[in-house]
Ligand binder design. Structure first.
Ligand code: ATP
Length: 290
């Protein structure tokens, strides 16, 4: 019988992000291509007699019952009447409040980890439902890879693993609240929309240049207004050889696509001198893929 399990929790970026309107239930109708990258939190879950305990390596993340990893554990243990408890250790490598789904991926990893650790009879569909109760990005984090997400972000159409991308991610030194960005979003202020269908066609044809041509994020109209530095970082990355640079999710992280490793490594070295939370990453390949 296993008593502990260690799993990787990959961050995501949004390669396109569009808002198609507001729904009667108050949520926005989203259309976004999400893509996992190999920037990973490492989660260890240990069985214990009772109670849930969370320990994280980051001062920016609270260890109490508001932590999404804690909430994920509480939800699944209660639903399956588990009397035992867990101790969850999170080695936090994904920047917090960054638009990279750090909390959501931790929650997804905890759901999967507890299912395996306690051998719970939970099918993927039920896990998806539990995940959605925790946050709109959790279903994608459970599924992984690359997907078109619509609805609140929970209706997922898998896309093939066509391209392995090399990226530089830059997280400016402040956090952005996703809820605040949704609240401030005004469709009439958006200057550039992604062409999601054209993006997907290019993606499926392994056409990196075509794909980059159609990458846009409508939330830039909110977050760039507030933080002019985001535009400066995007321009700097393009000057350093990126084919395309856009903000991820609600920001403030910026992602840049490079077609070669050498200019990406050079951009990483240069930007890291002024922006500490800079990363060079590639697409996250699930086990058995490629
Ligand atoms: P998304 O891209 O899904 O909108 P994000 O990357 O912008 O999310 P997170 O890093 O998930 O943002 O953090 C959002 C908030 O969630 C922060 O205020 C943080 O304190 C809280 N939080 C709760 N649990 C966690 C966790 N396990 N890891 C990171 N943040 C967490």
């Amino acid at each position: 019988m296993i008593t502990s399990i260690t799993i990787s929790a990959p961050a995501k970026v949004n390669l396109t992000l569009d808002i198609k309107g507001k729904r009667p239930d108050g949520y926005h109708e989203l259309e976004t291509v999400m893509h996992q990258i190999n920037l990973l939190d490492i989660i260890t879950i240990e069985k214990q007699e009772t109670g849930i305990e969370v320990v994280t390596s980051s001062e920016l993340v609270i260890d109490d019952e508001t932590n999404l990893a804690y909430r994920a554990a509480a939800l699944i243990l209660e639903k399956y009447n588990c009397q035992a408890g867990v101790k969850i250790n999170i080695q936090k490598n994904i920047p917090v409040g960054a638009g990279l789904a750090g909390g959501s991926t931790d929650a997804a990893a905890v759901l999967k980890g507890i299912r395996q650790l306690f051998d719970l009879p939970v099918d993927d569909r039920t896990l998806h439902e539990i995940g959605l109760a925790l946050g709109s990005d959790v279903p994608f984090c459970l599924q992984g890879g690359t997907a078109l997400a619509t609805g609140r972000g929970e209706i997922l159409s898998m896309l093939p693993d066509s391209l392995v991308l090399t990226m530089v991610i830059v997280k400016p030194p402040y956090q952005v609240s996703t809820a605040e960005v949704y609240k401030a979003f005004r469709l009439e202020q958006v200057k550039r929309f992604p062409d999601t269908n054209a993006f997907i066609e290019s993606w499926c044809n392994c056409d990196m240049i075509g794909m980059c041509d159609h990458m846009e994020n409508v939330f830039e109209s909110v977050t760039e207004e507030q933080y002019a530095e985001i535009k400066t970082i995007k321009n700097q990355l393009v000057q350093l050889g990126a084919i395309k640079s856009i903000m991820s999710g609600s920001g403030p992280s910026v992602l840049a696509i490079f077609d070669q490793l050498a200019p990406a490594a050079r951009a990483f070295e240069i930007i890291k001198k002024t922006c500490q939370e800079t990363y060079i990453v590639s697409s996250y390949l699930k086990e058995g893929v490629l």
